[in-house]
Design a protein around this ligand. Structure first.
Ligand SMILES: CC(C)(COP(=O)(O)OP(=O)(O)OC[C@H]1O[C@@H](n2cnc3c(N)ncnc32)[C@H](O)[C@@H]1OP(=O)(O)O)[C@@H](O)C(=O)NCCC(=O)NCCS
Length: 173
């Protein structure tokens, strides 16, 4: 059972002891890949906005496609874990410059935390670890896209210092 403690809003140190590691080739790599696929498929509907009435199967297929695109590029997969249990992941693209300025940046293709572990600091820990990976590569910015109605994700990013740079507009025709 996950170790949950009472909600303490005094600080954002994770309420659970969580470690973040990169996926390594070999031993756990296949299990990591399965974990990312399964959790991504289960959570991807949080990224579907209200303007487009996407079905769950369509969103799951889109997530699988995203994984293929990420796998075909330079990237890092981070896995948050505790006592052998995988709690969440972050997919970081590290060679995708900003399309407008061509400035180097890290780009978070997707991140997710197991629903039963959400709200315990796992997402915050993953994001911090992703930023550390980007800094280690000398990348001066981190960027990502987030759906307007995804309040939990927007709060996480805003709390971590992310600001809106551009807007993706959509109109039903
Ligand atoms: C978005 C997502 C990754 C956030 O992950 P998370 O692990 O729940 O994030 P955290 O636990 O670090 O933060 C969530 C909440 O817990 C609170 N929290 C975390 N650690 C805490 C601590 N030590 N003490 C008190 N509160 C804490 C945060 O303040 C935050 O509260 P709020 O959002 O209600 O203001 C997660 O909701 C998720 O997987 N969503 C589905 C997939 C998704 O939408 N991905 C983003 C795609 S862009």
């Amino acid at each position: 059972m996950p170790r949950r403690r009472t909600r303490d809003r005094s600080g954002l140190a994770p309420r659970v002891t969580v470690e973040v590691r990169r996926t390594a080739a070999g031993t756990d790599a296949a299990a990591d890949r399965d974990f990312v696929q399964a959790l991504g498929r289960r959570t991807v509907m949080s990224s579907v906005g209200s303007l487009r009435h996407a079905t769950e199967p369509a969103a799951e297929t889109a997530f699988e496609r995203l994984c293929e695109i990420v796998a075909g590029q330079s990237h890092v997969t981070l896995i948050a874990h505790q006592e052998g249990e995988r709690l969440g992941f972050l997919l970081l693209l590290d060679e995708l410059p900003d399309e407008v300025t061509l400035m180097d940046q890290g780009f978070i293709a997707y991140m997710a935390v197991e629903p039963k572990w959400q709200g315990t600091g796992v997402g915050t820990a993953l994001l911090a670890a992703g930023e550390d990976e980007a800094r280690r590569r000398g990348l001066p910015f981190m960027a990502l896209m987030v759906t307007e109605e995804n309040d939990a994700a927007r709060r996480l990013y805003e709390r971590a210092g992310y600001r809106t740079e551009r807007r993706l507009l959509c109109k039903p025709l």
